[in-house]
Design a protein around this ligand. Structure first.
Ligand code: KE4
Length: 429
């Protein structure tokens, strides 16, 4: 682990005034050890830290930076917007323009409401599902993360039919009493719960392709059961596409999978690196949201004009020049290279990838849910993380996260990554 003295002193200074020195625990490097790097600037596919090091960026701000950093169209749109003011507290046409782009991209979404984070989007989606159905129970799945919503900061109870228990201090038991936590990809468990409580279930929230266990895909049978059982019992199916929206296809994971949820949560890419979340669905459901309907939700900076401008520029670029086929080609090249490197180094591994989202798991066990994801050797991942960092490749700082390609990446970036991994894997074998 090379020394980075300026990041170390910046971290010491930050910790005096910011809890843990970071504004989100995901950035604290807790899962990999060492000191988080303080970033001076970013450009294209690169991050530059305050010690003058350059890194190929596979985290892309945890998803938003699909176009890489400082994309000219996004920079120009933001500069133009900010010269017209930064926030009005009144509607502007940029909000309508971005809403029209989202509605045009995602057939299951006829109307959309903007908020300022993915957490707000999922929190509001759950409230809407409860308001629309008049029911209280929400189902989530172990290993899926939907932001720091009180009712979703929950671990599974002793069995699928018991209520969830809070997994963070500060979340009262009452907040999670109506949350059931089930096993991802477990059709029998889902069916059992619906048979027992179907008429009390307001909604099921899921990452349709999971990034927060590391990359894990749902089985076809599981997706069919999700759609069939929610429809049969009058519950709403909520796809949390905060990470996958506009990343796996222009219409998100639901386009790639051919699915049609009732509500979709968005975030990350639709803000182009600025604070934007959203939730949307068919008009019959969305017209329950205040002031059109009785379900309350509000936000000072919702629909912020500068953030809207960044989102519009980002989605227009993705619509005009869809990168998804190219992403799959580069992803396949990376997958083949990393699989070969790990095999040649004799390192037990699984490689899960869909398009430009991928995770190299250090386990001999196929990873299909949270239990199998947790068989991964996280200490070995931590060593790999730093060996790659020291070779100029910045990976997500946890085994249980997805890595992302961005549009400025080329074959030579992929080959650079594979070469770095060949060396790094030998050192951790
Ligand atoms: P935000 O509130 O962080 O904008 O979004 C919450 C959220 C909701 N749903 C999904 C599927 C998400 O992945 C997220 C946030 N993702 C994490 C990392 N996987 C963000 C990193 C962080 O919290 O700093």
């Amino acid at each position: 682990m090379s020394s980075r003295p300026n990041s170390a002193s910046a971290f010491d200074r930050a910790r005096k005034v910011i809890p843990g020195g970071v504004n989100s625990p995901a950035r604290a490097f807790g899962a990999v050890g060492g000191t988080p790097l303080f970033i001076a600037r970013a450009d294209g596919p690169y991050l530059f830290d305050i010690d003058g090091n350059k890194y190929l960026d596979y985290i892309g701000s945890w998803g938003p930076m699909i176009l890489g950093h400082c994309h000219p169209a996004v920079v120009e749109a933001v500069i133009t917007a900010v010269q017209n003011g930064s926030s009005y507290g009144a509607p502007c046409q940029l909000e309508t323009e971005l809403a029209e782009l989202v509605v045009d991209a995602v057939p299951s979404v006829e109307m959309v409401r903007f908020v300022s984070s993915g957490t707000e989007a999922t929190m509001s989606a759950i409230r809407l599902a409860r308001g629309f159905t008049g029911r209280d129970l929400i189902i989530k799945f172990a290993g899926c993360y939907h932001g720091h919503v009180d009712s979703l900061l929950v671990s599974a109870g002793s069995s699928a039919l018991t209520h969830g228990v809070p997994n963070s201090p500060g979340v009262p038991k009452g907040c999670t009493d109506d949350t059931l936590v089930l096993k991802f990809n477990d059709v029998a468990g889902l069916t059992e719960v619906f048979q027992a409580k179907g008429d009390k279930i307001a909604g099921v929230i899921i990452e349709p392709i999971v990034g927060n266990m590391g990359l894990v895909a749902p089985s076809v049978e599981f997706r069919q059961a999700l759609r069939g059982l929610t429809q049969k019992h009058g519950a709403l199916l909520i796809y949390d596409e905060v990470m996958t929206g506009f990343r796996l296809a222009y219409g998100g994971a639901q386009e790639l999978l051919g699915d049609s949820p009732d509500i979709t949560a968005f975030g990350k890419i639709i803000g182009g690196g600025y604070p934007v979340g959203a939730y949307g669905g068919r008009a019959e459901i969305m017209n329950k949201v205040m002031p059109a309907g009785p379900v309350f939700q509000a936000g000072t900076l919702s629909g912020n004009p500068v953030a809207m401008a960044a989102g519009i520029a980002t989605l227009k670029e993705l619509k005009t020049n869809p990168p998804y086929k190219r992403f799959d080609e580069l992803g396949a090249r990376l997958e083949a290279g990393l699989r070969r490197a790990a095999t040649d180094a004799g390192v037990a591994h699984q490689f899960n990838r869909i398009g430009n989202m991928w995770t190299l798991f250090f386990t001999p066990t196929p990873v299909t849910d949270f239990d199998t994801a947790k068989t991964a050797d996280t200490k070995r991942f931590g060593r790999f993380f730093w060996e790659m960092m020291d070779r100029g490749v910045y990976l997500p700082c946890s085994q249980f996260e997805a890595a992302f390609l961005c549009t400025p990446m080329t074959e030579s970036h992929i080959d650079q990554t594979i070469s770095a991994a060949r060396e790094a894997l030998k050192t951790i074998a």
